[in-house]
Design a protein around this ligand. Structure first.
Ligand SMILES: N[C@@H](CCC(=O)N[C@@H](CS)C(=O)NCC(=O)O)C(=O)O
Length: 156
């Protein structure tokens, strides 16, 4: 598997985290979203929306949208309950995360005080205690500032 990945993206971090928790090998393809690397023809063929993460499977199939990638990877593991309520609660969490959190590290910037959300904090504590947990999320570099780079947000 090949993951097209931006280190400072919470959406990419979620995928790296699940891959680490599942101990799945993969090739990481660093993609600087603020250096125009999502604006190339090659990247546009992978994901016409020009966003990371993108997961390329060995079969050649491509999965985009971080939560779709998480769902694919989690299938058949303890991270995706097989029962209807568990599945519904997983979808609930994935939507809540995209709407309000975009992984925990950026939540303070999104105006949410995580420590006032006991369910979120207990989720973080549980995940951080799992074997294989990695925290390789990095802060946005300088070229992410408005006017400094080339991305879908700022074509320069
Ligand atoms: N809903 C999408 C959002 C993906 C997204 O916004 N990706 C950002 C990084 S977090 C990106 O690659 N942006 C491309 C750009 O800035 O050019 C997902 O969850 O995968």
């Amino acid at each position: 598997m090949r993951l097209h990945d931006y280190p400072a993206s919470g959406n990419c971090y979620k995928v790296r985290l699940l891959l680490a928790l599942l101990d799945r090998p993969y090739e990481r393809v660093p993609t600087d979203i603020f250096a125009g690397e999502t604006l190339t023809e090659e990247f546009g063929r992978l994901n016409p929306v020009r966003e990371t993460p993108v997961l390329e499977l060995e079969s050649g199939e491509v999965i985009v949208q971080s939560n779709a990638i998480l769902w694919y990877l989690a299938e058949g593991t303890e991270f995706l309950p097989a029962d209807a309520v568990g599945g519904a609660q997983t979808v609930e969490w994935l939507h809540f995360e995209q709407e309000r959190i975009v992984y925990t590290h950026v939540a303070p910037d999104a105006g949410i005080e995580l420590n006032t959300w006991p369910a979120v904090q207990s989720w973080i504590d549980r995940i951080e205690g799992l074997p294989g947990f990695v925290d390789d999320y990095v802060r946005y570099p300088d070229n992410a500032r408005p006017g400094r780079g080339r991305s879908i947000y700022d074509k320069g």
